[in-house]
Design a protein around this ligand. Structure first.
Ligand code: DQA
Length: 146
């Protein structure tokens, strides 16, 4: 299985960014967790972190015919980006949306997800472990469809 893991704006600032909400682990810790999980599961992973909506859209488009699945934390674009939603719908790859924090317990403007409308599942409030859960879910999903 080939997997693309996308992290959106400000997730490069994990560790210093509102640690009472996002914890003390850094983006490097997140990358290590994703790489270790994928290595253990025999998954070929590509990681992208970008603060730019267009770069995220380009990466989703380029995944067509190359990747088997996507894990995405669109960060603030979750709540604003119809363009990322359209990109996910266009390539139609199985996708899981991850949020480190628990969106349900946060501000009203975080209660709606455009991007989640194109994802098979959303994992929220599990910290970095949400990425591990998303990877395992997609692997199992692919096994069921094989
Ligand atoms: C986030 C939640 C979003 O609302 C926020 O804009 C982020 C991070 C999360 O992982 O909890 O940047 O996606």
């Amino acid at each position: 299985m080939k997997l693309l893991v996308i992290n959106g704006p400000n997730l490069n600032l994990l560790g210093i960014r509102e640690p009472h909400i996002y914890g003390h682990e850094t983006y490097a810790d997140l990358e290590a967790l994703v790489r270790d999980t994928c290595a253990a599961e025999g998954i070929n992973v590509t990681l992208l972190q970008s603060n730019h909506e267009g770069a995220i859209i380009d990466a989703i488009g380029a995944a067509h015919g190359v990747q088997d699945a996507i894990v995405i934390n669109p960060a603030a674009y979750t709540h604003t980006s119809i363009a990322i939603l359209d990109a996910l719908k266009a390539v139609a790859l199985p996708a899981v949306e991850v949020h480190i924090s628990d969106l349900k317990s946060r501000e009203p403007f975080r209660q709606h997800s455009y991007t989640g409308m194109a994802c098979r599942k959303t994992i929220s409030g599990q910290g970095l472990d949400g990425y591990r859960q998303a990877i395992l879910w997609l692997k199992d999903d692919q096994r069921k469809e094989a």
